[in-house]
Design a protein around this ligand. Structure first.
Ligand code: API
Length: 324
C-alpha cells in the first residue's frame, strides 16, 4: 500500500473521539496528533501512542499533517478556526449552521485558495449525506417535492448552541419529528408542510448558579437559525439529571423525494439513517472526506469545497481502476 494519509484532529470532544474511532477502521490512514485548547495532559486519546499537543503547536507541524480535521462547534469555534486553519492546512469540517454556509464558504475559500490548500466544509450527515441525497433526487425527479425529517434524536449542533447561552451550565436538545407530518408525507401525494409542522425542539438545560430561568428560556427560543422557527420547549434540570438521563447520542432521520416522471407514474426516492452515535457517524463522514481532500489537494484542486464538489470515487479506499 502507498504511504498512509497523515490525519490530525483539532478539538477533542465527542466529534474528535469519533474521528479517532473512524481512523481505526480505515487502513490507509494514521492519526499523527491531537490538538486541543485544554491542557494536553487532560486529554485521554483512544489511540495508542498518539501525542496530544496544544493548539499553538499546530502551525509548527505543517509538514507532519496531510489533512487536519476540525472538530469544534459551529456556533463559535469554526467561524474563527475554519478560515485561520485553512490558510495553513488541508482541512475538513462539519460546519452545520445551514443558513450561514455561504458566508462561511467565502471566508474559508479566501484563506485556502491563495495558500494552495483544499478545505472541505460542512461534511457530516446533515449537512452532508442528506444534502447529496436532496440534490441528487431533485436532479433525477425535477417534478416533485423533497422532505427532510430528523430524529427522534440528540442534535449536537443545537446542544452546542444552547451551551453557548450565558447562564447555561449544560444542556442538550432533542429534535422530535411530528408523527402526523411523517404520516402525511407517507400517505398523501406531495403535501405542503411548514418548518413548524414537521419538527419540535425540546431542550433540557442546567442553569448556572444565580441565572434567571425566564431570561435563559427567552434567549434559547428566539435564537435565529437554531430555534426561532420552531416550537421549542425548555425544561430546567439538575446537573445530576443531565449526567444520568441525557447521555445517549442516538439520532437519524430521512430524506424523501416524491415526484412524477409522467402523468401516470409516481416515483419515490428515500435515504434513511438510524444512528446509535450521531458524533461517531458524523466523524466517519469527515474521515472519508479527508481521503478525498488529500487526493484533491495532490491534484491541485484547491480552495473551499463542499460535498457537492467531490466525485464519489474519490471517497473510496479503492483506486479508480479497482472500482471499474
Ligand atoms: C437536527 C438535525 C441534526 C443534524 C445532525 C448534526 C447535529 O435538527 O437534529 O448537529 O447533530 N439538524 N448536524
Amino acid at each position: 500500500m502507498a504511504e498512509l494519509i497523515r490525519i490530525a484532529i483539532a478539538g477533542h470532544g465527542n466529534l474528535g473521539r469519533g474521528v479517532e474511532a473512524a481512523i481505526k477502521k480505515n487502513p490507509d490512514m494514521q492519526l499523527t496528533g491531537i490538538y486541543t485548547r485544554r491542557p494536553p495532559a487532560q486529554v485521554s486519546p483512544l489511540t495508542e501512542n498518539v501525542q496530544v499537543f496544544s493548539m499553538d503547536e499546530l502551525k509548527t507541524h505543517q509538514d507532519k499533517i496531510d489533512v487536519l480535521i476540525l472538530c469544534g462547534g459551529s456556533k463559535q469555534d469554526l467561524p474563527e478556526q475554519g478560515p485561520e486553519l485553512a490558510a495553513l492546512f488541508n482541512t475538513v469540517d462539519s460546519f452545520d449552521t445551514h443558513a450561514r454556509i455561504p458566508e462561511y464558504f467565502a471566508a474559508v475559500d479566501a484563506a485556502a485558495l491563495p495558500n494552495k490548500r483544499t478545505a472541505l466544509i460542512s461534511a457530516g450527515w446533515d449537512p452532508g449525506m442528506f444534502s447529496i441525497n436532496r440534490v441528487m433526487s431533485e436532479a433525477l425527479l425535477p417534478d416533485g417535492e423533497t422532505y427532510t425529517f430528523w430524529g427522534d434524536g440528540l442534535s449536537q449542533g443545537h446542544s452546542d448552541a444552547i451551551r453557548r447561552v450565558s447562564g447555561v451550565a449544560g444542556g442538550v436538545q432533542y429534535t422530535r419529528p411530528v408523527p402526523e407530518a411523517i404520516e402525511k408525507v407517507r400517505s398523501a401525494s406531495r403535501p405542503v408542510l411548514t418548518t413548524r409542522e414537521k419538527h419540535k425542539r425540546e431542550c433540557f438545560v442546567v442553569l448556572q448558579e444565580g441565572a434567571d430561568a425566564d431570561t435563559v428560556r427567552e434567549k434559547i427560543v428566539t435564537m435565529p437559525d437554531y430555534f426561532a422557527d420552531y416550537d421549542t420547549t425548555v425544561n430546567f434540570i439538575s446537573a445530576e439529571e443531565l449526567a444520568r438521563d441525557h447521555q445517549a447520542m442516538v439520532h437519524g432521520g430521512f430524506v424523501i423525494r416524491s415526484g412524477n416522471t409522467s402523468d401516470q407514474n409516481a416515483q419515490v426516492v428515500e435515504y434513511s439513517l438510524k444512528l446509535d452515535s450521531n458524533p461517531e457517524f458524523t466523524a466517519s463522514v469527515l474521515v472519508t472526506y479527508a481521503r478525498a481532500v488529500h487526493r484533491m489537494a495532490q491534484s491541485g484542486q484547491h480552495g473551499a469545497k463542499t460535498v457537492f464538489d467531490v466525485a464519489p470515487g474519490l471517497l473510496s479506499v479503492k483506486s479508480a481502476a479497482q472500482l471499474r
